[in-house]
Design a protein around this ligand. Structure first.
Ligand code: V47
Length: 361
């Protein structure tokens, strides 16, 4: 077996990590060395830039047909804490952003039992009618698979309808952990790993860019994380359709897995760095500030992340309900630029497709 020093030297020379070598590096290399390697990889792709965007989320409902054990967001229908926004309410919300400079709306929610594919297309059309300039990054692969199957269409046909309605990209959610045994324990009734890949592959074939996530820090092992990253790398080799990878730290407040606790910040940083090193074909690694909190996000930039997500404007509840520090997550452009500058990088506004937006102030 090779030592971590040998493996680090190979990574530095541009060699691709095997699963075996990744495990040695992950478990044995000192954290500072992973920082050095991951930042070098990040700098080869995005130089000193760290990206942010101006965005908000639409979460139409927290009613969900699935019952994932890590989820703090879902409520049963009829519960006092369940919500189902009407189209008029969501339109009013979008109208608040007219002229605000927002470039992306991220739509994600529970998999509602009654919403049809037509409903999801109408929601996209409504957003586009109010905010014609924004890109719509909408619906996780699990929501998509469910709504498309319910409509009796093939994945390609269903996605094409949504694209025709104005969908521009797909977020990375619903990936959780791909290992089938762990998935069966943390989200037994949820759409499968195979379904997640089927949707992303089809999206890439239709020219749609997508993101990918990994929910880590619960009952999975490092081997499971490596397996997850390897499966993503394989699809990316075939399609080049992933824009960004987002490791999502399991937050333990208010869900049926709460007794598990949360992993240490060193685990977060190691996971970020190893994601950057294993996913040598994915251009962007996102440190989602809403989930990590602002302080860990600042550190994340020293471990290979080149994106912090966006302004959010207090529009998402998934993470505040799961115990994240910011109960009303919101950052101004100035705050994001200050965070990136403090970490020694250069803040650059981007759109959904990572085109740079030059704001001459
Ligand atoms: O799939 C749910 C995760 C995801 C918890 O693509 C939890 O740009 C931790 O995918 N602890 C949805 N994580 C959010 C998501 C996302 C977020 C930001 C940006 C993008 C993007 C995508 O949230 C779910 C699940 O993995 N999640 N509950 C929890 N307790």
């Amino acid at each position: 077996m090779r030592t971590w020093e040998d493996i680090a030297a190979c990574v530095k020379a541009g060699q691709r990590l095997s699963a075996e070598d990744a495990l040695v590096l992950w478990q044995e290399a000192p954290l500072w060395r992973l920082s050095e390697l991951a930042v070098a990889k990040k700098r080869a792709i995005s130089g000193d830039k760290v990206f942010y965007n101006r965005n908000f989320h639409l979460e139409p409902t927290n009613v969900c047909v699935f019952n994932c054990k890590f989820c703090s967001f879902r409520r049963p229908r009829g519960s006092a804490e369940a919500w189902e926004w009407s189209m008029a309410q969501m339109q009013e919300l979008c109208e608040r952003y007219v002229g605000s400079g927002v470039t992306e709306v991220h739509i994600v929610g529970g998999v509602h039992p009654d919403h049809s594919l037509d409903y999801y297309c109408s929601l996209i059309r409504m957003v586009k009618s109010v905010l014609p300039e924004v890109a719509i990054k909408a619906y996780t692969a699990i929501e998509l698979s469910y709504m498309i199957r319910r409509a009796g269409l093939s994945v390609h046909e269903g996605l094409q309808r949504l694209i025709d309605a104005g969908m521009n990209a797909i977020p990375g959610g619903g990936a959780e952990i791909f290992d089938e045994e762990i998935r069966a324990k943390i989200c037994p009734d949820k759409g499968s790993t195979q379904e997640w890949f089927e949707v992303h592959r089809a999206a890439h074939e239709l020219g749609l860019k997508t993101n990918a996530t990994m929910l880590y820090g619960h009952i999975e092992s490092v081997e499971h994380r490596i397996d997850h990253l390897m499966r993503l790398r394989e699809l990316q080799d075939a399609t080049s359709g992933f824009n960004a990878f987002i490791p999502l730290k399991y937050r333990n407040f208010g869900n049926p897995m709460s007794e598990i606790g949360e992993v240490a910040i060193t685990d977060d940083l190691r996971t970020l760095a190893m994601s950057r090193l294993i996913l040598d074909n994915v251009p962007h690694i996102k440190a989602y500030w809403v989930m990590y909190g602002k302080q860990t996000t600042e550190m994340a930039l020293m471990f290979g992340a080149d994106d912090i997500d966006g302004t959010i404007d207090d529009s998402t509840k998934i993470y505040s309900m799961a115990g994240a520090e910011d109960k009303r997550p919101k950052m101004s452009v100035e705050q994001m630029c200050e965070m990136v500058t403090r970490a020694g990088f250069c803040a650059v506004e981007r759109d959904t497709h990572y085109n740079e937006i030059n704001n001459i102030k």
